[in-house]
Write a protein that binds this ligand. Sequence first.
Ligand SMILES: [Ca+2]
Ligand SMILES: [Ca+2]
Ligand SMILES: [Ca+2]
Length: 273
Amino acid sequence: MKLKWLLLLALASAAGAQDLPLYTCWKTTQPVIVDGKGDEAAWQEVDPVDLVDVSFLSGDRYHTRRTEARMLWDEQYLYFYFSAADPDVWSTYGQRDMQLYEEEVLEIFIDPDGDGQNYAEVELNPLNTVFDLLLTKPWSRSGKGYGTWNPALLSAVQITGTLNNAADVDQSWSAEIALPWAGLASPPLDIAGPRSLPPQAGDEWRLNIYRFERVRQNGTQSEEQASAWSPVGKVDFHVPERFGRVVFGNRLTAVEAQSWGLVKVAGEKPATP
Ligand SMILES: [Ca+2]
Ligand SMILES: [Ca+2]
Ligand SMILES: [Ca+2]
C-alpha cells in the first residue's frame, strides 16, 4: 500500500513537471560585463524566455508590457539578463532589503535541489536596489526568512527613458545580475545542500522569474501586471512547486563554435571530380 502511494506520488510529480517550462542555461566562456546592457555576444547567442501573466497556468496570456529574461553561468556566477518594456519606469526604494516588491521590480527565486524548501529570493528595482532573502519554506507554510543574507552579487540597470518622470514616455529598463555560487551555500542557510556549486553540466535546478509592473495614472497606481516565467495560478510568487526547470549545459566557446562551423562548411563542400 505504501509503495502504491509512493508510485502514485511519483507519477503525479512527473506529470506536474511536464507542464513546467524548461530552460537550458548555457555556460559562457566569454566575460559578461554587468552593466545592465545585454550587448555581449554571449547574451545574443542564448534563447530568451517571455514572462506570462502569473495567474493563468495555461501560460498563454501576456501582459501589454512584455518582459524577457536570459540566463548564463560560469565557474563564479549565475547570470541573468532582463529586458522589461515600460513606458513609465519608476521606483523609490534606494536601500538594500527595502520592500522592493511593493513597487516595480524583477524577482528571481532559486531552489537548487527542488524540494520546495530552502530557497533564495533576489529582487532588483530600476534604482539598482537589491532585496535578497533566504527562506526555509514559503510564508504560507510558516517559513522563516533571512533578510540578513547579502551575497556579493553584482547588478546594474540601464533605463531607456527617464526614471521617475511620468510626464514623458519611456521605452524599457534592462538589468544584469551576477549571483556568486558561493552565496548559495553561505550562512545563515545552505540552500544548495548536496548540489554542486557551480553546477555540473546536466544538473537540473528549480527556479522562477517574476516581475511586478505597476501602471500609474496621475501619480497613483491604476493596474498591477504580475508576470512569471512559470505561471503559478495566482499572484503569489512563493509557489516552489511551480518553479520552472533549469538545466545547466556546457557549450563551445564562440571561437570554437566558429571554427567548427568553418570545418563543417569545408567538410560539406562537394568533392571535386
Ligand atoms: Ca552587459
Ligand atoms: Ca512601470
Ligand atoms: Ca538581504
